[in-house]
Design a protein around this ligand. Structure first.
Ligand SMILES: Nc1ncnc2c1ncn2[C@@H]1O[C@H](COP(=O)(O)OP(=O)(O)OP(=O)(O)O)[C@@H](O)[C@H]1O
Ligand SMILES: [Mg+2]
Length: 279
């Protein structure tokens, strides 16, 4: 595998050797954050990128969908301890698990108690950022799968990554979800004096037979002028791959949605300034 070029990461201009970081986020539940995050990570791996996947959701769906269900019930120290105890930040390196397509920081049952704990901490939104510096050097990308609520964990994901990829369903309720999400992102960006970049929207689980789906795709394309918008169809293969512990690239290579995730990965590489992999 050829050595990928270092990214020119515009979100962290003072530290260009940092990996590209991306939060896959939407406070609306069940829109496909985990499915998109895993398949984007799989697509980046196909392009030769080294990916660290962080499951920041206390539900632990990504941990389970990457075949690591047993780690969700691990004894401490877990991601909870790393995020809430400053002298344990460094031990995030011990949490990193190997998956055939990526490295993974799994979630844990303890994470269900992390929200109030983070509220008590002095730098409540900065903890993930402070932890990731101990692992950042080893990766081209860090992908963070967010929980479905606007809280401390979401703030930590936004602050640590400064970049968002937003999955949404092709239905009317998504408009309100975008509004709430952007209000939240804007106020966090103002509070912390940072810029958060929209790297793309993934309209997910599209059933082309539904008129509402087509109307929604048009609406998103108009509303997000200048931001890439991708369309992922409803496919049983995507569910099967997750159930079997990986992305469609490994588990369901015949799936016709491979191209969509490949083009997301190609576009992210362009946005983050990676050179083409030649191997
Ligand atoms: N394109 C798709 N085609 C078919 N099923 C899909 C697709 N995308 C996601 N799913 C399924 O939809 C369900 C919800 O997806 P997923 O868990 O990725 O959503 P989420 O936004 O991460 O949910 P949560 O908000 O609970 O974290 C899962 O069962 C997943 O397998
Ligand atoms: Mg999820």
């Amino acid at each position: 595998m050829a050595e990928p070029a270092q990214p020119d990461n515009p979100s962290q201009p003072d530290n260009p050797s940092q990996p590209a970081k991306l939060a896959v986020t939407n406070q609306k539940g069940g829109v496909g954050k985990t499915a998109v995050a895993i398949n984007v990570a799989g697509a980046l791996n196909e392009r030769g990128r080294d990916v660290l996947f962080v499951d920041l959701d206390p539900q632990g769906n990504a941990t389970e969908n990457l075949g690591m269900r047993e780690l969700y019930d691990s004894d401490p120290p877990t991601l909870f301890d790393v995020l809430t105890e400053p002298d344990k930040r460094e031990t995030i390196v011990d949490l990193v698990e190997s998956h055939p397509e990526m490295d993974v920081v799994p979630s844990s049952i303890d994470m269900t108690a992390v929200e109030p704990e983070l509220t008590l901490s002095r730098r409540s939104g900065e903890q993930l950022h402070l932890c990731l510096q101990y692992v950042a050097d080893d990766y081209d990308y860090i992908i963070v799968d967010c929980p479905p609520f606007l809280g401390n964990l979401m703030d930590n994901a936004l602050f640590a990554t400064r970049n968002v990829l937003i999955p949404a369903l092709a239905e009317d309720t998504s408009k309100r979800a975008f509004e709430l999400l952007f209000d939240h992102v804007d106020s966090l960006a103002a509070d912390y004096e940072i810029a958060v970049n929209e790297r793309g929207v993934v309209v997910n689980r599209i059933d082309v037979r539904k008129t509402q789906a087509n109307e929604m795709i048009d609406w998103v394309n108009n509303a997000f002028e200048g931001t890439p918008v991708w369309e992922v169809r409803e496919r049983a293969a995507i569910q099967r791959a997750l159930k079997n512990g990986g992305s469609i690239f490994v588990e369901e290579p015949e799936c016709d949605q491979l191209d969509v995730f490949s083009s997301i990965a190609t576009n992210l590489d362009e946005q983050f300034g990676f050179a083409e992999v030649t191997a």
